[in-house]
Design a binder for this molecule. Structure first.
Ligand code: PLP
Length: 388
């Protein structure tokens, strides 16, 4: 076998989960939605054990067009734009959805204005951002400022802010069809389903679709218990669901700026509370020291399954991981196993949402930036530019 890592127990859709489940999910719209499709591949791999617990990785990164699970949502979003003849829209993102939307919109000739926080600049793919009709705008002032600017831009232009919550649910619902097929074909049982959280769109889509399949008696097996993993600096779901208002500690280092949603609002919090209750799951906070203690073990497990994290060149010339969300999910699970809260004999499906894609070392240089005392004026100018 040599030094090549083993990808064992692979159950894969190497081409497109969107196309694979289009008829079941989109009905008469399947033709237009799949017209937007590029590569939205996925695989379930692994089978290694940690303290007697079996770990399966749901790889939604290495076979996707821009390297994250956001491609599925971006594909469905652009498919809907084609269906509804929507030529231009606005959006906000901490980076990965931005790249995904830029890619799928660019291919379809649809225009989009994307606001992203300065902290995520290193995620932005300069080739995707440089396409005609794609406008990237850097916002200084963190998540609240990005949201404020997106709302103001929506008001000023009258353009739609996509993807809507429904599109997030539909795009991420495909995960349930894929996992369900794996369970049926392999006769497998999954006890837990874990993912690092930002807005929780992924799990909300997954459990929403699972519920529909279960009502139709089409879901194979039991409902996997949900484990949502939050980093120490940004843990609103944990805080709001369990009432630990003081847990989120903004003074702590943000390990992964993509996981930036600090104030998800009642609809999303209630949704996450409901899936925790319905699946007998929970939200956990992975403290930074726990993460750093387990990161090399987590990466070792991913590498043994054939998943090599993409490195990025930092401005100081050193290298780091492009995306920590996959590592955070795995480390969170290891921490729960070590604490005895996931038991020997159980199987955990860990969502690897990003971080395993071709590397680009070219750093993005923004042409447009909004922030500081002049932000309203800058936004007005942007609104006029986007509308014309
Ligand atoms: C790579 C990656 N993982 C995880 C997440 C969290 O996604 P959500 O909480 O919306 O399911 C994001 C969202 O930005 C992401 O880009």
């Amino acid at each position: 076998v040599g030094d090549e890592p083993i990808r064992f127990d692979t159950f894969a859709e190497t081409n497109s989960v969107v196309r694979r489940y289009a008829d079941a999910t989109f009905g008469s719209l399947a033709g237009t939605i799949t017209a937007a499709s590029s590569r939205e591949g996925a695989a379930i791999i692994g089978g290694q054990e940690w303290q007697g617990v079996r770990l399966l990785f749901l790889d939604m990164s290495s076979m996707s067009s821009t390297g994250t699970f956001k491609d599925w949502v971006a594909c469905v979003t652009i498919g809907c734009c084609l269906e509804e003849n929507c030529q231009t829209f606005i959006t906000q993102s901490s980076g990965n959805t931005a790249n995904a939307l830029a890619y799928y919109a660019g291919r379809a000739g649809i225009e989009v204005c994307i606001l992203y926080p300065a902290e995520s600049r290193y995620k932005i793919n300069s080739k995707l951002a440089g396409q005609d009709g794609i406008t990237f705008v850097e916002v200084v002032g963190g998540e609240p400022m990005v949201k404020l600017c997106a709302e103001a831009l929506e008001d000023a232009t009258g353009l739609r802010w996509l993807p809507t919550l429904d599109l997030q649910r539909i795009g991420n619902g495909l995960r349930a069809d894929f996992v369900n097929e794996f369970l049926a074909v392999r006769g497998e049982v999954i006890d837990w389903h874990a993912q690092a959280l930002s807005s929780a769109f992924g799990p909300l889509g997954f459990y929403g679709r699972l519920e529909v399949l279960a009502e139709r008696r089409e879901w194979h097996g039991a409902v996997p218990r949900f484990l949502g993993v939050q980093q120490e600096a940004v843990s609103p779901y944990y805080d709001q669901i369990y009432g630990h208002a003081a847990w989120s500690d903004a003074s702590k280092m943000v390990i992964e700026p993509t996981l930036f949603r600090s104030n998800p609002g009642n609809v999303l919090v209630d949704g996450v509370r409901r899936i925790c209750d319905a699946s007998r799951g929970r939200i956990m906070v992975l403290r930074n020291d726990e993460y750093f203690d387990r990161r090399s073990a987590a990466v070792g497990l991913l590498e043994a399954a054939g998943l090599h994290p993409t490195q990025r060149k930092k401005p100081d010339g050193t290298f780091g991981f492009l995306e920590e969300a996959g590592g955070i999910s795995v480390a969170g699970v290891l921490s729960e196993i070590d604490a005895g809260r996931i038991r020997p004999g159980e199987t955990v499906l860990i969502a690897v949402t990003g971080g395993f894609c071709p590397r680009t070392d070219e750093l993005f240089e923004p042409e447009l930036q909004i922030g500081g005392g002049e932000w309203r004026h800058q936004l007005d100018q942007l609104g006029r530019q986007v509308s014309t």
